[in-house]
Design a protein around this ligand. Structure first.
Ligand code: CP
Length: 311
C-alpha cells in the first residue's frame, strides 16, 4: 500500500488504501475480542486527540485504539484548552506539535482545517476526525468494516442514506467512497436538508422515503444536526419529520429481507429512527461502534508505520 502520511478524508485515498485499512481493521477486531486486548505495535508513539466538537464514539475509540496498541494517548477538548483564552486553532496545533506527538487527531467545525494545519506541522501526522460538513473518513472506514463483517460486503450494494444530508460529513465521505469502491448511494431528504450542489455527486435523490426503500441493502439513518441548522426551519415539526423520514417497523418490513439498518450515531430515537428498529436484530449500529475501534487501530498503525519506524 502507498504509505499513509495523513488522513484528511476518503477523497485523497486510493481504493487499495481504503481496502487495506479495512482489512487491517478486520485483523484488529480479533485482537479487540481477546481476554487481553493489548499489542505493542505503537509502543513509544504519542497520540493527541484534539476535539473542538462534542464526541462520544470517535474520541473514545481513538483513545481506546491508541491504548490497545500501547501508544501514549492524550485527550484535549476545546473547553479545557487555551482556545478558551483566545488562542487560535493554528497556535494551539503548533504548540501541541512542538511537543512532538506522532499523530494529532482533530475534530473541528471548519471544513478543510486538517489540510490547512498540516502545512504548519511538519513531522506530525494529522487525522481528520470530522471537519465541519466536509468529511469523516474514519466513520466511513468503520461502516465499510461493518459491511464486510456483518452485512456481506459493499460491492454492488445500495446504501440509502436518509436525513440531514446537507450537514452530513458522513454522507459526503460515503458519496466519495462509493465511486471508488463500487457501491451505490441513494439520498433521501426533504429539499431543505439537501446540499445545493447535490447533482454533482450523480447519485439518486428521493424526497419520498417509501419510494427509496425497495432495492436498498442498507438503510443508513442520520441525525438532524440542529446545532448546524441555527434558527432555520427545515421541516414543520419533529412529529411530521418522523412520519415522513423516520425509519419505523413498517418501513423496515418493506425493505428487502437481507437489508440492514445502520446509523453513525448519536441517535435520536423517535426522530430519525424508532426504538424498536434501533434495537432490532437487523440493526448493525453497535457493530459499527465495535468496528470503529478496530479501524482506528488500523489508521494509527498505518500512520505510525508500526513498531520502531517513523511515520
Ligand atoms: N459518529 C460520530 O462521529 O459520533 P461522535 O460524534 O459521537 O464521535
Amino acid at each position: 500500500m502507498k504509505a499513509l502520511r495523513h488522513l484528511f478524508g476518503i477523497g485523497p485515498l486510493a481504493p487499495g488504501q481504503i481496502e487495506y485499512l479495512v482489512d487491517l481493521g478486520e485483523s484488529f477486531l480479533e485482537l479487540s475480542r481477546r481476554p487481553v486486548r493489548k499489542a505493542p505495535t505503537l509502543r513509544g508513539k504519542t497520540i493527541i486527540n484534539l476535539f473542538f466538537e462534542n464526541s462520544t464514539r470517535t474520541r473514545t475509540s481513538f483513545e481506546i485504539a491508541g491504548k490497545r496498541l500501547s501508544a501514549d494517548v492524550i485527550n484535549i477538548s476545546a473547553q479545557a484548552s487555551a482556545v478558551k483564552k483566545g488562542e487560535s486553532l493554528l497556535d494551539t496545533a503548533q504548540t501541541l506539535a512542538a511537543m512532538r506527538p506522532h499523530v494529532l487527531v482533530i475534530r473541528h467545525s471548519i471544513a478543510g482545517c486538517c489540510e490547512l494545519l498540516a502545512d504548519f506541522l511538519p513531522g506530525t501526522a494529522i487525522v481528520n476526525a470530522g471537519d465541519g460538513a466536509h468529511e469523516h473518513p474514519t466513520q466511513v472506514l468503520t461502516d465499510l468494516l461493518t459491511l464486510k463483517t456483518r452485512a456481506g460486503g459493499w460491492r454492488g450494494k445500495t446504501i440509502t442514506i436518509v436525513g440531514d444530508i446537507a450537514h452530513s460529513r458522513v454522507a459526503r465521505s460515503h458519496l466519495i467512497a462509493a465511486g471508488k469502491l463500487g457501491y451505490a448511494v441513494r439520498l433521501v431528504a426533504p429539499k431543505t436538508l439537501l446540499p445545493a450542489d447535490i447533482e454533482r455527486y450523480g447519485c439518486e435523490v428521493f424526497h419520498d422515503f417509501d419510494a427509496a426503500i425497495p432495492g436498498s441493502d442498507v438503510l443508513y439513518m442520520l441525525r438532524i444536526q440542529s446545532e448546524r441548522l441555527a434558527d432555520a426551519c427545515a421541516f414543520p415539526s419533529i412529529r411530521e419529520y418522523h412520519e415522513a423520514y423516520g425509519l419505523n417497523a413498517a418501513r423496515l418490513a418493506a425493505a428487502p429481507e437481507h437489508a440492514v439498518v445502520m446509523h453513525p450515531g448519536p441517535m435520536n430515537r423517535g426522530v430519525e429512527i424508532a426504538t424498536d428498529v434501533a434495537d432490532s436484530a437487523r440493526a448493525r449500529i453497535l457493530d459499527q461502534v465495535e468496528s470503529g475501534v478496530a479501524v482506528r487501530m488500523a489508521v494509527l498503525t498505518a500512520l505510525c508505520g508500526g513498531e520502531g519506524e517513523e511515520a
